[in-house]
Design a protein around this ligand. Sequence first.
Ligand code: PLP
Length: 260
Amino acid sequence: MSGEQIKITGTATALHEAFGSSIADPGQGIMTSRPYYGRFELDFGLKAGLKMVAADTPLGTCLQPDVVDAFEQTSQKAKAGSIEIRAVLIINPQNRLRRCCPEDTLIAFMCFHQKHHIHLSSDDIYAFSGFDPTERGTHPFTSVLWFEPQIDESLLHVTYGMVKNYAVPGLRIGALITHSKPLLKAVKSVTRFRNPSGPSVAIASATLYDRTWMRSFITLSRERVGEAYTYFSERLSPMGVTYLSRVNAGFLCLSISQSG
Ligand SMILES: Cc1ncc(COP(=O)(O)O)c(C=O)c1O
């Protein structure tokens, strides 16, 4: 993709709001699977007036290809309740489970979207946080933009932000990556109020232009996140604390309800 297909704003949050108000009208819905990042209700709801509609997807299966069946049912229920679904939002790697979306699930999502002709947006903010899995059953990170689209390209979008992978909370940069010219134009028209700051752009550019530094930072960061995961997970079971395994992209989800 080229730079012309990328629009930057200050933060991924600002971008989601601009994206939501560009593709939908107040009262319409953005569908996602459970569990999801709870701030989306604010990001899409506060200003754009959109409703987050969550498909009932159990932890164990919410990244499997047949999750689209739950999406199908949820979108019908939403329609019966007069909420028109305008887009599905996925988070890859999933920020609650810290698992990457398998390729066949991404393809199933695209087929679902092509059938319903609605937008598919993937929040790839944790894209480079994947570490080498020590547990079987994990999948490497694959972006929806990496393979032959099974969907009208103008309906396929990726959002990104630098705060997570580069460990820079406070760096105000979010990015929309899309083939859709009308969407880029719509987001551009409102970015006057969501511009990234000059220092954020300068730091982000310096980071991205120095490919050698950038690659070594990301490699080191992934190694350390993997080491931290192994360190904690190995100590949790002997303490009787259960945790969500098959994780390869970041923090640990614990259950402390049964312990002690
Ligand atoms: C999945 C996801 N998307 C977006 C954001 C927001 O990113 P930003 O700080 O760039 O607004 C977060 C922050 O935690 C997140 O977890």
